[in-house]
Design a protein around this ligand. Structure first.
Ligand SMILES: Nc1ncnc2c1ncn2[C@@H]1O[C@H](COP(=O)(O)OP(=O)(O)O)[C@@H](O)[C@H]1O
Ligand SMILES: [Mg+2]
Length: 267
């Protein structure tokens, strides 16, 4: 009998990575898998290697040793262009082209894939509506004519445009004010539940990790300290996890009841 099928979309196998200019490895012996349909959140402090990990997935970087497999194929064997078209990438501030309209930004990959004009227009309108931007109002604007939150929505729409099987999100809401961030987090979580995307989401914000992750990978110095469901993350005795959990209870009023049940209201 064959073993139960275990067919992760992304599979890190003993991956290490060093920059040519630096002696210390940025990523050390990293092994984890991302299953179809899950949102794996990588949580960790600035500089711990989160962005590097994402870039190893879409082949912006190649491992120094070990292997990153995407859809069962090592990234070294993927054509970089076709790999990147199949992985929607959202970065902080949206990473939009400032001299392209919103519509043209969203249409980037479909245009590269030579969809016909009518199909592109239909898709752009559909996506803008999906991320809560009225197409008639926003399609012809330039990124400079949008708020930070609106730019971020366009970034998400662009990443989804050609229906990539995998989304990579690098602190996409990090630069937003707390209220806009909270509303985009809520909407992203609803959207994700509806679209059943597979995503790797990077953040330094433990609340965001608990809200959006089906599993949370806690990173420190290029290594994964633990990889747990949000529920188990909250029960973890790992020192760094505990430090993050402690920040959840901190409120300006020092409200003892809030500290007792940090995860309440976050489901
Ligand atoms: N081009 C580079 N050359 C040398 N070191 C780099 C380079 N880019 C990033 N690093 C280092 O790699 C480490 C991880 O960076 P990064 O993956 O961007 O962290 P994070 O996204 O978690 O903040 C950091 O210590 C950073 O200084
Ligand atoms: Mg980063």
């Amino acid at each position: 009998m064959s073993a139960p099928t275990n067919n992760p979309l992304v599979d890190f196998r003993e991956v290490s990575f060093s920059h040519a200019s630096a002696s210390a490895p940025v990523i050390s012996h990293l092994s984890f898998a991302v299953q179809q349909g899950e949102t794996l959140v990588l949580l960790g402090k600035s500089g711990c290697g989160k962005t590097t990990t994402l870039k190893l997935i879409n082949r912006l970087l190649l491992p120094t040793s070990g292997q990153v497999r995407v859809a069962n194929k090592p990234t070294t064997e993927w054509d970089p262009i076709s790999l990147r078209r199949r992985t929607g990438y959202v970065i902080q501030e949206g990473g939009l082209f400032p001299h392209f309209t919103v519509a043209r930004n969203v249409a980037l990959v479909p245009s590269l894939e030579r969809w016909d004009e009518e199909r592109i227009k239909k898709r752009v309108d559909e996506l803008l509506a999906l991320v809560g931007l009225e197409p008639n109002d926003f399609a012809q604007r330039y990124p400079g004519e949008l708020s930070g939150g609106q730019r971020q929505r366009v970034g998400v729409a662009r990443a989804l445009a050609a229906e990539p099987p995998l989304l990579l999100l690098d602190e996409p809401f990090g630069a937003l004010d707390p209220l806009t961030r909270a509303s985009l987090q809520r909407e992203f979580s609803q959207l994700n539940r509806r679209l059943h995307k597979t995503a790797v989401f990077v953040t330094h914000d433990v609340r965001e990790a608990l809200l959006l992750g089906s599993r949370i990978g806690l990173m420190e110095a290029g290594q994964l300290l633990l990889l747990e469901t949000p529920e188990n993350f909250l029960k973890s005795k790992n020192e760094l996890a505990l430090a993050y959990i402690e920040t959840l209870g901190v409120t300006p009023t020092n409200d003892a009841s809030a500290a007792q049940n940090p995860a309440e209201g976050m489901a």
